[in-house]
Design a protein around this ligand. Sequence first.
Ligand SMILES: [Mn+2]
Length: 350
Amino acid sequence: MKILHTADTHIGARQYGLEERRADFSAAFQRVIDIAIDEEVDAVVHAGDLFDDRTPTAEDLHETLHSLFQLKEADIPFLGVVGNHEQRRGVQWLDLFAKLNLAVHLGAEPYELAGFKFYGLDYSGRREVKLPKITSGVLVCHQMLDRTQSNAELHLNDLISCGAQFVLLGDWHEHEVWRQQNVLVTYSGSTERWSMAEEDARGISLIDLDSGRLDRRELKTREFLYISEEEDPFKSIDAHRHQMKGTIVCVTIADTRYSIPEIEQHARDRGALAVRIRDRREVSQSLETGVPDVQLEYENLDALIGQRLHQIKLSDATLSIDHIIREAKIADSKVDAEVTKLLEATRETA
Ligand SMILES: [Mn+2]
């Protein structure tokens, strides 16, 4: 019995405000389904966060359904649980797919497939995690484990002794494997880079439930070019100029050789789709001298942010939006209306 384990697809994530990125997250799901069909797996197990939020658009649902119908036509069951990103108060999207016979929402009652029992546990929040009663089989859940986050609600030891031989997890976006006492506990990792911290290649796991063997398949994802603080960002961007089209460029800067807008412009001029900057300048400067160059106090925090925003040369409109958001006299509930008013006025004078 061979299954495909995946999680954290985050369909609908409009990363960096880009339609291209929204399309990427859906395309990644389609690639996962293609692998499942090619590999003739017996089931796809999805450990949560199929969607990036509770309200996927019609477009996101349309593309997701397209992929799920293909899987259905190939006669491969889709077994899932609900993740924190997509979790709703009442009926879940996964329940809707189950109603359409496109998915099984796993729970405390076992779902049997070819002699194997599958159990599921949706994201439990920060509450105490109540594992279902299991004698053997596969447990699927969406939760942080104490091995990935020190104060997490789920403990590896509890999973090792819960009765399942396989625990397939989602929530942590990196691929991880623990094997103890003939129990396999694993995260499949996300299928597209959801944040620039997710540097490693993305992929899915193929797991043979008879032998316990786990194989990885790497996914072709959007190109991310990482430029470290040791590199000269202009030189590194130039060195990659032939593969720059459509790339997300992630630059860490630690000195003031170039300004952030200069780096962004340089990468965009060479075809980059988006530019992300990790600004380590203040941190490294204060580390060098051993004395922080600013004294952070609660009272002057707003003033410091204001000063800093003026230094980085934002447009007047952007500074005005910042003012509306941080000005204590404007109630939070009024921020939306105030910003809209400002933008309308700005557009009329432009
Ligand atoms: Mn996630």
